[in-house]
Write a protein that binds this ligand. Structure first.
Ligand SMILES: [Zn+2]
Length: 349
């Protein structure tokens, strides 16, 4: 049996909204009478106008051609999540899918500023309560924490408000802030104050960088935002000094192979996880928005195992344990679970 199937798994780069099953998305959109796709009203983005619903195939509602369109598909799914009950369903289906794949731990991104962009009156705290209630129900098998994404597209001021929101949700398993969205137009420097505030509140800091912008964006994420992990980071490979720095400082790279291919972030000539691993960087593997990318954490692990082998996969899982924000006792327990699986594999034919 491939190790990818049985090995206990760790989510460090998974957007909860991006796990919304396509079928559930279609049902929620129908329930709230919202269409399955949007177009920005202008090239500047911001406001959205509805695309005629007949252009979207309900069997494949997440279809997209490029990174900008992917962000719109993500927005459409977020719009369909219109009340706390919907978030409860999202979280319980996530848990069901995660446990079926032997996920033992996860720090999941959520993007409340996208939720309220579409559903202005949404009771955000009630949504977090609904999510956390379902995540905690899995406690005997897996532990899940939340990272609030500050979402670049809404600008610095809004990001600061979202950081305040995150600080007020630490009792609901929020452990950090992240930064996703349109990296090319909204560089890390804009969010320095919001990240400094979050850090001062005791929140951990991570950021997407080097996915839709260059190595400078990764440099700014670690130096200006003091990000402790980098989402993707692919473009860093073009700056050897930066790669050496990431390796030396043990700043994990959360690499999502299928996502990186579909959004165009992947390297042309080789697999980014192999390139960074060779450079001694702390590589971790995840699925990003598995439902939207038609993948799963198990499939990403299997893909990596087929290219780099079982030993490399096990190293990446252990990297994810070490780079997580779990305490040292929980990390030791997770390492032991990986060891058990890995030994089992050698004992059994
Ligand atoms: Zn992401």
């Amino acid at each position: 049996m491939p190790l990818a199937e049985a090995i206990p798994k760790v989510h460090l780069h998974c957007h909860l909204e991006g796990t919304l099953r396509a079928k559930t998305f279609v049902e929620l959109a129908a329930k709230h009478g919202v269409p399955l796709r949007y177009r920005p009203a202008s090239s500047e983005g911001g406001a959205f106008v509805d695309e005629p619903p007949e252009r979207v195939d309900p069997a494949n509602p997440y279809r997209f051609e490029n990174f900008a369109e992917f962000l719109l598909a993500f927005a459409a799914a977020s719009r369909a999540l219109a009340e706390p009950d919907d978030y409860a369903r999202l979280a319980s289906e996530f848990v069901e899918d995660a446990l079926a794949q032997h996920v033992m731990y996860g720090e999941l991104f959520v993007s409340p500023s996208v939720w309220t962009f579409f559903n202005k009156d949404l009771d955000v705290r009630a949504c977090f309560e609904a999510i956390v209630d379902r995540l905690r129900a899995a406690r005997s098998q897996a532990t899940f924490k939340l990272i609030v994404d500050l979402t670049r597209n809404f600008g610095a001021e809004r990001a600061m408000r979202t950081a305040h929101l995150a600080a007020g949700l630490m009792d609901l398993d929020v452990v950090g802030v992240g930064l996703g969205g349109d990296e090319a137009r909204f560089p890390p420097e804009l969010f320095e104050e919001a990240f400094a505030f979050a850090r001062a509140q005791g929140l951990r800091c991570v950021a997407h960088a080097g996915e839709a912008a260059g190595a400078r964006s990764v440099r700014a994420a670690i130096d200006v935002l003091k990000a402790e992990r980098i989402g993707h980071g692919i473009a860093a490979i073009h700056d050897p000094a930066l790669v050496a720095d990431l390796a030396h400082r043990r700043i994990a790279l959360e690499i999502c192979p299928t996502s990186n291919v579909l959004t165009g972030a992947a390297l042309r000539d080789r697999d980014a996880f192999a390139a960074f691993d060779e450079a001694d960087c702390r590589v971790t593997i995840d699925a990003d928005d598995p439902a939207m990318f038609g993948t799963s954490i198990e499939r990403e692990y299997a893909l990596v195992e087929s290219v780099a082998g079982s030993e490399a996969l096990e190293r990446f899982v252990r990297n994810a344990i070490d780079a997580s924000f779990a305490d040292s006792a929980a990390k030791a327990t997770m390492h032991a679970a990986v060891s058990r699986r890995s030994e089992d594999r050698h004992v059994r034919p």
